[in-house]
Design a protein around this ligand. Structure first.
Ligand SMILES: [Zn+2]
Length: 202
């Protein structure tokens, strides 16, 4: 199924308000690493030139997530994160505040937070190397029939993540190169991605 990276498919309420205090230094550090390995970015010959990859962390009852179409920015500031305050997978709806709108994959992140209360970080990257080796690596995966950013993707991920537990990594077969990892710590989620990247190359 054809898909267009970066298009918001859920309905949302958005209030333009900067959430300065909610920016996590751990997100900044891990984002730098992912950008360095081209797991987050924006290049003309990938995904129609749209930015790819996004990170989030839980902040109380909400979660902070990189804003829509920030993949191409080298460094992010507080203006480049949105705070998602509440959401409904069933209604395909969320409400957020920030200087910029939240990532188009926010509902996918919300599904993982819904799956387990102890999950604190969700990292979504695009890795052709991991994605093509997903079966050899034994990664759980969502069906090729399920495109990114849909209610079905969110519900499928929630149920898969609930089965896997508070640390996990999944390949999204219906979202080219899409990998999502989560954990109780940033190190946990980041390590799952880099460990998969290392394993496919040995
Ligand atoms: Zn993606």
């Amino acid at each position: 199924m054809a898909e267009q990276e970066g298009v918001i498919k859920f309905t949302y309420e958005f209030e333009k308000r900067v959430n300065v205090s909610e920016v996590s230094w751990e997100m900044q550090i891990w984002r730098d690493l992912f950008v360095g390995y081209a797991l987050i970015g924006q290049v003309p010959d990938r995904y129609g030139g749209f930015g790819f990859g996004n990170l989030s962390c839980r902040v109380g009852e909400a979660f902070s997530i990189t804003a829509s179409q920030t993949g191409g920015l080298k460094c992010l500031s507080a203006l480049d994160y949105a705070l998602v305050h509440d959401w409904s997978l069933v209604r395909n709806h969320l409400s957020a505040t920030g200087d910029k709108e939240p990532s188009s994959e926010s509902l996918t992140h919300a599904a993982i937070y819904d799956s387990c209360p102890s999950v604190r970080f969700v990292f979504h990257v695009h890795s052709p190397l991991i994605w093509h080796a997903r079966q050899a690596l034994g990664l759980p995966e969502t069906s090729a029939e399920i495109p990114y950013g849909t209610v079905l993707m969110a519900q499928t991920l929630k149920s898969l993540a609930r089965d896997i537990g508070p640390d996990g990594i999944i390949a999204m077969a219906g979202h080219e190169d899409g990998i999502i990892a989560w954990s109780t710590t940033a190190m946990g989620a980041g390590s799952l991605i880099f460990s998969a990247l290392h394993q496919q190359s040995v």
